[in-house]
Design a protein around this ligand. Structure first.
Ligand code: NDP
Length: 291
């Protein structure tokens, strides 16, 4: 059993604290607004009056606030207690914010681990939950067993920015899937169908498209986008024109599919009409091809 402090008792921090209590850990909790810890205290958690008191109580300090600005202000108020602690910051942020905070925390004599939570609060502590971690590896390894109370702990490297990078990369996939589904469901609804009736086919199609990821990955890593027997971009540009026209005809705004159409046309205009769709990635790097 390890003593662990949790700072931030919003929906996510509360779920994290409950998972630790379920796993039998001694837990100290702090939240800026009083009163959010009552159910946790009645389950055996200890209430800290200040962030400094919560940080002093445990070697492992888990933070889950709404943003980094709050984390920075809170930690600055408890600077003296940080030495010797392991700060596991599970607040969502950017890789740049994580790297800057890691440097500051480590300069206070503490170890910094960043976390990107790939779950919603009811999933915490279930097999469906996983969390990316990055930063100080020895500190992560020392506390991995405790952190696994939240879900599978996936370490992605010593760069503190790696966990938020993987987090936002996966959220990009979520947005893409959601956009595609909403566009498709709007078309079905606009012509009198139901989203529920259409959804089994949508799932079947999405699952078969997701199975193409490994082939796309090979093309992206090699930079060889030739469409050998596949679906070339010139054909896809024509198909996307039809998709946009059909959406308008059916009374649906094509706003969610227009950006991809524009990129595909750009790639064709650049002379890559015989390539496969993965080549569109070349238009996304702001500073030339990715590392
Ligand atoms: P909530 O809005 O439920 O809670 C926000 C928490 O942040 C509260 O405890 C709030 O304290 C605290 N807070 C905000 N500003 C400050 C500040 N300046 N100083 C101290 N405390 C502050 O959010 P969640 O718990 O849902 O989310 C927390 C983090 O978890 C976010 O970074 C979110 O992106 C991430 N996350 C959430 C998921 C979700 O589905 N909920 C999924 C994956 C990640 P107070 O009570 O005083 O307002």
């Amino acid at each position: 059993m390890t003593t662990i402090s949790i700072l931030g008792l919003g929906a996510m921090g509360t779920a994290l604290a409950n998972a630790l209590l379920d796993a039998g850990h001694a837990v100290t909790v702090w939240n800026r607004t009083p009163g959010k810890d009552e159910a946790l205290v009645s389950r055996g958690a200890r209430r800290a009056q200040t962030p400094a008191e919560a940080i002093a109580a445990s070697e492992l300090v888990v933070i889950c606030l709404v943003d980094y600005a709050g984390v920075e202000t809170m930690l600055a108020s408890a600077e003296k207690e940080l030495s010797g602690r392991v700060v596991a910051n599970l607040t969502t942020g950017t890789p740049k914010q994580a790297r800057a905070l890691a440097a500051w925390v480590e300069a206070q004599g503490a170890a910094y681990v960043d976390g990107g939570i790939m779950a919603v609060p009811p999933m915490i502590g279930t097999p469906a939950s996983f969390i990316f971690y990055s930063g100080n590896q020895p500190a992560f390894e020392r506390h991995k067993a405790a952190l696994e109370a939240f879900g599978d702990a996936v370490y992605v490297g010593p760069d503190a920015g790696a966990a938020p990078l993987n987090d936002i990369a996966l959220l990009g996939i979520l947005d893409g899937i959601l956009s595609g589904y909403l566009h498709a469901a709007a078309l079905i609804r606009a012509s009198g169908g139901t989203a529920e009736g259409f959804t089994p086919l949508a799932r079947r199609w999405a699952e078969s498209m997701i199975s193409l990821f490994p082939d796309l990955a090979k093309q992206i890593d090699s930079g060889d986008y030739r469409a050998e027997g596949g679906s070339n971009l010139a054909m896809q540009a024509a198909a996307m024109d039809q998709m946009v026209e059909a959406a308008r005809d059916e009374g649906v705004d094509p706003v969610l599919i227009e950006p991809m159409r524009a990129l595909i046309h750009q790639r064709v205009a650049d002379g890559f009409g015989t390539d496969d769709s993965a080549g569109v990635i070349e238009l996304l790097f702001l500073n030339g091809r990715g590392k």
